[in-house]
Design a protein around this ligand. Structure first.
Ligand SMILES: CC(C)(COP(=O)(O)OP(=O)(O)OC[C@H]1O[C@@H](n2cnc3c(N)ncnc32)[C@H](O)[C@@H]1OP(=O)(O)O)[C@@H](O)C(=O)NCCC(=O)NCCS
Length: 153
């Protein structure tokens, strides 16, 4: 892991990042966030950041804080860099930042068909605590979301 993170730079989310983020989002999400949604989250960016390698964004985390809870709204790693520990690195940074802001838990919703993300979260000790029916749009129809929670120690 050390060799992997040596050349990586973390930057707080800013307007300059949005176009590159949108490219990653388009290849990652069957119903991608609109650019306007990224612009809205800029307003609450304490827990949002990007990861760059050689000046190029290879992953990002968008999360917000409400009272003592963190809501992980989006996490994504550029396709060519997946399954090399980058997602884990991003999550570890989020956990540390969330703790700094006295957050007790991280919540998220994930598509029930998104097996790689569900495995990823379970590997990191998130627990399934509920379901939101028809939460996500599909190209045709809708899909349930699993609600997952990680208690921070
Ligand atoms: C989920 C995501 C962020 C994980 O990032 P990553 O850098 O690949 O994750 P890491 O390399 O740190 O962790 C790998 C672990 O994730 C899970 N995982 C990742 N890809 C997987 C796949 N294709 N199939 C099954 N499990 C997978 C496994 O638990 C794996 O651990 P293992 O190698 O011991 O089996 C990445 O797959 C991604 O960007 N997906 C598209 C966007 C997305 O779905 N985001 C979540 C929205 S809720």
């Amino acid at each position: 892991m050390t060799h992997l993170v040596n050349n990586l730079v973390i930057e707080n989310l800013s307007l300059d990042h949005i176009n590159e983020l949108y490219k990653i989002e388009e290849e990652s999400n069957p119903t991608p966030w609109k650019k306007e949604t990224f612009l809205q989250v800029l307003e609450n960016r304490t827990l949002s950041f990007v990861l760059k390698k050689n000046s190029t964004i290879i992953g990002f985390c968008i999360a917000s804080k409400l009272l003592d809870e963190c809501h992980l709204q989006n996490i994504s790693v550029e396709k060519a860099h997946r399954t090399k520990g980058i997602g884990t690195y991003i999550l570890e940074i989020l956990k540390e930042r969330a703790k700094l802001f006295s957050t007790k838990a991280i919540f998220l919703e994930v598509r029930e068909s998104n097996i790689s993300a569900i495995n990823f979260y379970k590997k990191h000790e998130f627990k399934e605590i509920g379901k939101r029916n028809n939460y996500y749009k599909l190209k045709i129809g809708r899909e349930d979301a699993l609600l997952m929670q990680l208690l921070l120690k």
